[in-house]
Design a binder for this molecule. Structure first.
Ligand code: HEM
Length: 197
């Protein structure tokens, strides 16, 4: 497995970041929805603390991933894809990048506005992003919850499309992101410059 991406497959660094972040983000959504349903209790506060710490780790990973993506080529999309499908895939990837930053930043801003510290598992504490404000706390809380639904819809679309390619079109789209995925054949076009993430 190459370390860096090439025109056919993703490299091991991109794959590691992709699957690690997928697990963390889906975990954060599940923890977030559970928290939102709980009455205030020590258990809820503990869960919020863990949610915030993992969310900040996701923010650092998102920055690392963006830098890695900008310094790497992305595998080409197969010629069998229609133009609208390529545009839809690129749109979903852009939206995922947006949420990878907007979700942690809105959560961090919500905590800062509420005057609560954001500690990453007691290892270090993040500086306040904004000053205390009940209005901004309410705003970022709403934005965080609303964007979570947008993120869930985008993940469903993205994962649904990957599974459709794998099981129905039987092409290499999912295989090339799998940890030890072997490509089925070499039917990839080298001419198209619209790349995935
Ligand atoms: C990718 C990162 C993140 C995801 C996917 C995520 C997801 C969620 C979800 C789904 C909820 C439940 C929303 C609702 O239905 O009310 C939630 C709540 C919350 N999140 Fe996040 N979150 C992320 C990052 C963060 C970060 C970095 C912080 C703070 C540093 C944070 C702080 C909170 C807080 C305090 C709540 C509870 C709001 C309340 O009910 O009082 N989140 N999050």
């Amino acid at each position: 497995m190459p370390l860096k991406n090439n025109s056919l497959v993703y490299g091991s660094i991109t794959k590691l970041l992709h699957w690690l972040m997928a697990v963390l983000i889906i975990g954060l959504i599940i923890i977030g929805l559970i928290m939102a349903d709980m009455d205030t209790s020590p258990d809820k506060l503990k869960l919020i603390g863990n949610h915030k710490a993992i969310g900040i780790i996701v923010l650092f990973l998102a920055a690392l991933r963006l830098v890695w993506k900008l310094r790497n080529q992305s595998p080409l999309m197969p010629n069998s894809l229609k133009q609208w499908q390529k545009k839809a895939a690129t749109g979903a990837h852009l939206l995922l990048y947006f949420f990878m930053f907007a979700m942690p930043l809105s959560g961090w801003a919500m905590s800062s506005a509420a005057g609560y510290p954001v500690s990453v598992f007691g290892l270090f504490t993040m500086p306040d992003l904004i000053g205390p404000s009940q209005d901004l706390r309410g705003f970022f809380k709403e934005a965080h919850a609303l964007m979570a639904w947008g993120l869930m819809a985008t993940i469903a679309l993205h994962a649904g499309a990957a599974l459709l390619h794998h099981f129905i079109y039987k092409d290499n789209i999912l295989r090339r992101m799998l940890p030890y995925g072997k490509l089925k054949d070499d039917s990839y076009a080298q001419s198209d410059t619209m790349a995935g993430c």
